[in-house]
Design a protein around this ligand. Sequence first.
Ligand SMILES: Nc1ncnc2c1ncn2[C@@H]1O[C@H](COP(=O)(O)OP(=O)(O)O)[C@@H](O)[C@H]1O
Ligand SMILES: O=C(O)C1=C[C@@H](OP(=O)(O)O)[C@@H](O)[C@H](O)C1
Ligand SMILES: [Mg+2]
Length: 196
Amino acid sequence: MSEPLLTVADSLKDRARAALGSRNLILVGLMGAGKSSVGRIVASQLGIPFIDSDLEIERVSRMTIPELFAAYGEEEFRALETRVVKRLLKSGPRVVSTGGGAFINERTRRRIKKGGLSVWLKADLDVLWDRVNKRDTRPLLKTENPKQTLENLMNARYPIYAQADLTVLSRDVRKEIMADEVLMAVIEAQKESAAS
Ligand SMILES: Nc1ncnc2c1ncn2[C@@H]1O[C@H](COP(=O)(O)OP(=O)(O)O)[C@@H](O)[C@H]1O
Ligand SMILES: O=C(O)C1=C[C@@H](OP(=O)(O)O)[C@@H](O)[C@H](O)C1
Ligand SMILES: [Mg+2]
């Protein structure tokens, strides 16, 4: 009998899974970058659990993100986010997609840096705007000029997201392709650290 063929996709998954080891993979980046949707696919490819920190915050608080912002304000939301992210990163391997402000908060960023391999999904303004303007679930964008607000957030936050371990450009391609690019970045990072 002939050996089963190992497809390119299988080998990508296996190599990325081996490169990750017991570490967590943490997706960071601005609203609309694809952290939640691409993270879910990456986890399923790797065969490890996926957790979205916003969904976990909603689960434990029994409130939606807009309700939390309205009832307690952004500062309280950030405090809760820090606690949830810290807990989610205690064991691994997992794929954890964070909300866009998590890596910007110093305490949460420290947890993420210690808690695994961070990946910045970086996108340009038009890609992000195209994706976020279809829904009104993001309290920070409830302003008179949400596209300008998004641009201001980009300017303020991009130097901080740049501290992530890896950067993957989030483009207008299928989410599955973005997920493959994340897997490839994990493999590349491992090769580089083995070579140095
Ligand atoms: N590569 C992509 N191609 C097309 N649509 C995407 C892509 N990535 C994300 N989206 C869509 O953009 C929106 C925002 O994605 P989401 O994963 O919620 O981003 P984030 O969690 O970073 O805010 C969702 O409607 C999602 O389906
Ligand atoms: O950028 C931010 O500060 C936020 C991003 C949101 O998550 P997504 O980035 O998944 O949209 C959510 O956590 C909250 O609305 C605040
Ligand atoms: Mg999200």
